[in-house]
Ligand binder design. Structure first.
Ligand SMILES: *Cc1c(COP(=O)(O)O)cnc(C)c1O
Length: 491
C-alpha cells in the first residue's frame, strides 16, 4: 500500500484550489468593476428608453440562425460592451414595441422604469421571498401589497393571494385552490362541470388541463350581443346539469375579455353561483386594474363577490412582463391547497411569518413584490388611478372619432379600453380589406394594432393600455388608420 503524506495531499489540493479560485473569482466584481458595468448598462438602457418614441412599433426579426449563432456563449469572458452590442443587434428592439405609446395590439404591457429598478434592487439584494423567516422584510412587503390589492377588489380580511409570473400561473393557482376546496378528486373529474364562454381566455382551459381537470365537462355558456356571459343561461345550464346527475362546481367569468374588452355581468353571475354553491372565479387579468378608479370600479361591480380572481399588473399597472396576481376570498382554502414541507425545512416549523410558498406552487421564486411596490411608492397611487380613468375615456374618444370615418363600422361597447371596428368599403370584400389594412399598418410602423374574428368577421382591435398612450397617441392612430384605409380604398 502506498501512503501519501498528508502534507502532500494538502499542498496538491491547495494548489488546485488556488488555480480554480483564480478563475472562479471572476464571478466577484469589485466595487469599481460594478460601477463601470452599471454605468454602461445605464447608458444602454437610457438610449433605449430615450428612443422609444421614435422607433417603429414593430420591427421584423432577422434570420433565426444568424441570431442563434451570434448569441452563443463561450468559455472566455467578453467585455460588457460586446454583450450590449449583441443585444442591440439581435434582441433589444426586435418584434413588438411594448412600451411605445403607439402600441395598441393584443393587451399592451407597459414597462414602467421604476419597476425595472425594483427588479434590479430585488436581484442585487436577493432576499428569499418564498419563505417568511428567510426574507421577512420581503415577505411582509409582498403581504402588504396583497392586502392592498384585496381591499382594492373589495375582498374581506380573510383573503389571501400570491404574486405570480402572470395570468396563466395565477389562473392555475386559483383553479387548484378551487379543485381542492370543492373536493374534486380524480375519479370525480368526468362528472364535474366547468362553465366558461367562447370568450374565456385560452390559458384558463390550459390551466384546467394542467391541473388534471382536462376531462371535466366544459360548458360554453351563451353570450349576449357584446359577447358577455348570459347569467340566465348559466343558471339554466347548471340546473340541467344537476338534474342529469353531474356536479357543477366552477364558473369562470371574465372582467375584460381579451378580444373585445367585455365585462361579464359579475353581479348576476355571482347571484347564480352563490345560489347554486358553485365556485365563482373571475379572470380580470386585463380588466382588474380598472378597479383602482371609480369609473372602472363601477364597471367591475360584483367582482368583490367572487371566490377567486386573477389580475395582471403587467397589463393594467403598466409593469414589465412577468407580473400576475391571484387572490382567493377565503385564504385558508389557498393554504390548504398549497401547504407542503420537507424535512430540511424543519427549522421553520414554528415560523410565525407568512410564507408565500404556502400559497403557491413555487418554493424559490423571485422577490416579485419590489417591481410593483417601488413604482407605487415613488410615483404614488394617484397617477395610476388617473392613467386608468384616462384609458377608459380615450377608448370612448377613439370610438366617437372612428364613428365619423366613412365606411367604418364600430363594434359594441367599449366596456373598458378596447374598441373594435372594421371597414365595410363598397368595392372590397370586408375581411380581405381589413386584413390588408392591419398588414399595412404594421408595415408602416407608426402604430401597431391586431385583429380578431367575431362571427366570421375579421375585426380590428384598438387596445388602449399604454401608460404613455395619451390623446396625441390616439390621434396619431386615428390619422394613420384613416390614411391607410383611404389608400387601400383608392386602389
Ligand atoms: C393576458 C390574459 C391572460 C393570460 O395572462 P398571462 O399573463 O399572459 O399569462 C388571461 N386572461 C385574460 C383575460 C388576459 O387578458
Amino acid at each position: 500500500m502506498v501512503t501519501v503524506p498528508m502534507s502532500d495531499v494538502d499542498s496538491d489540493i491547495g494548489e488546485r484550489l488556488n488555480k480554480l479560485q483564480e478563475i472562479s473569482s471572476l464571478l466577484e466584481p469589485d466595487a469599481a468593476n460594478r460601477q463601470t458595468m452599471l454605468a454602461k448598462v445605464a447608458s444602454y438602457t437610457e438610449a433605449f428608453a430615450d428612443g422609444i418614441g421614435e422607433r417603429p412599433v414593430y420591427q421584423p426579426p432577422e434570420d433565426a440562425a444568424a441570431t442563434l449563432e451570434a448569441l452563443k456563449v463561450s468559455e472566455q469572458p467578453e467585455p460588457i460592451d460586446n454583450a450590449l452590442k449583441l443585444l442591440d443587434d439581435h434582441v433589444t428592439t426586435l418584434g413588438h414595441g411594448l412600451g411605445s405609446d403607439r402600441f395598441f395590439a393584443y393587451i399592451p404591457s407597459g414597462g414602467l422604469y421604476s419597476a425595472a429598478l425594483g427588479d434590479f434592487i430585488a436581484a442585487v439584494i436577493n432576499r428569499y421571498a418564498g419563505v417568511g423567516h428567510a426574507g421577512p422584510g420581503a415577505a411582509r412587503l409582498e403581504q402588504s401589497l396583497l392586502d392592498w390589492l384585496a381591499k382594492m377588489f373589495g375582498y374581506p380580511d380573510s383573503a389571501e393571494g400570491d404574486l405570480t409570473s402572470g395570468g396563466s400561473m395565477a389562473a392555475l393557482s386559483a383553479i387548484i385552490t378551487a379543485r381542492e376546496a370543492c373536493g374534486i378528486a380524480s375519479r370525480n373529474v368526468p362528472s364535474a362541470v366547468v362553465y366558461i364562454t367562447s370568450q374565456t381566455h385560452h390559458t384558463f382551459s390550459k390551466a384546467l388541463r394542467i391541473a388534471g381537470l382536462g376531462d371535466c365537462v366544459v360548458r360554453d355558456v351563451p353570450t349576449d350581443d357584446f359577447l358577455r356571459m348570459d347569467a340566465a343561461a348559466l343558471q339554466g345550464l347548471i340546473e340541467a346539469d344537476r338534474e342529469a346527475g353531474l356536479n357543477p362546481w366552477l364558473v369562470a367569468a371574465t372582467a375584460g375579455t381579451t378580444d373585445v374588452g367585455a365585462v361579464d355581468p359579475l353581479d348576476a353571475i355571482a347571484d347564480v353561483a352563490k345560489a347554486a354553491h358553485v365556485w365563482f372565479h373571475v379572470d380580470a387579468a386585463y380588466g382588474g386594474a380598472f378597479a383602482l378608479c371609480d369609473e372602472g370600479k363601477s364597471r367591475l361591480s360584483g367582482i368583490e363577490r367572487s371566490d377567486s380572481l386573477i389580475f395582471d399588473p403587467h397589463k393594467g399597472f403598466f409593469l414589465p412582463c412577468g407580473s400576475g396576481v391571484v387572490l382567493v376570498r377565503e385564504g385558508d382554502k389557498m393554504r390548504n391547497a398549497f401547504h407542503a414541507r420537507g424535512v430540511y425545512m424543519q427549522d421553520m416549523v414554528d415560523d410565525p411569518e407568512r410564507s408565500a410558498c404556502d400559497l403557491s406552487p413555487e418554493l424559490t421564486r423571485p422577490f416579485r413584490g419590489l417591481r410593483l411596490w417601488l413604482p407605487l411608492k415613488v410615483l404614488g397611487i394617484a397617477p395610476f388611478r388617473a392613467a386608468l380613468e384616462e384609458k377608459l375615456l380615450l377608448a370612448e374618444y377613439f370610438r366617437d372619432r372612428m364613428q365619423e370615418q366613412p365606411h367604418c363600422e364600430l363594434g359594441p361597447g367599449p366596456d373598458l379600453s378596447i374598441v373594435t371596428f372594421r371597414y365595410v368599403p363598397e368595392s372590397a370584400e370586408p375581411n380581405e380589406f381589413n386584413r390588408k389594412l392591419v398588414h399595412e399598418l404594421r408595415a408602416d410602423g407608426r402604430v401597431f394594432l391586431t385583429s380578431t374574428t367575431i362571427d366570421s368577421k375579421y375585426t380590428i382591435r384598438m387596445a388602449i393600455l399604454g401608460y404613455n398612450s395619451h390623446l396625441a397617441s390616439v390621434d396619431t392612430a386615428i390619422a394613420v388608420i384613416a390614411e391607410k384605409a383611404a389608400e387601400l380604398m383608392s386602389i
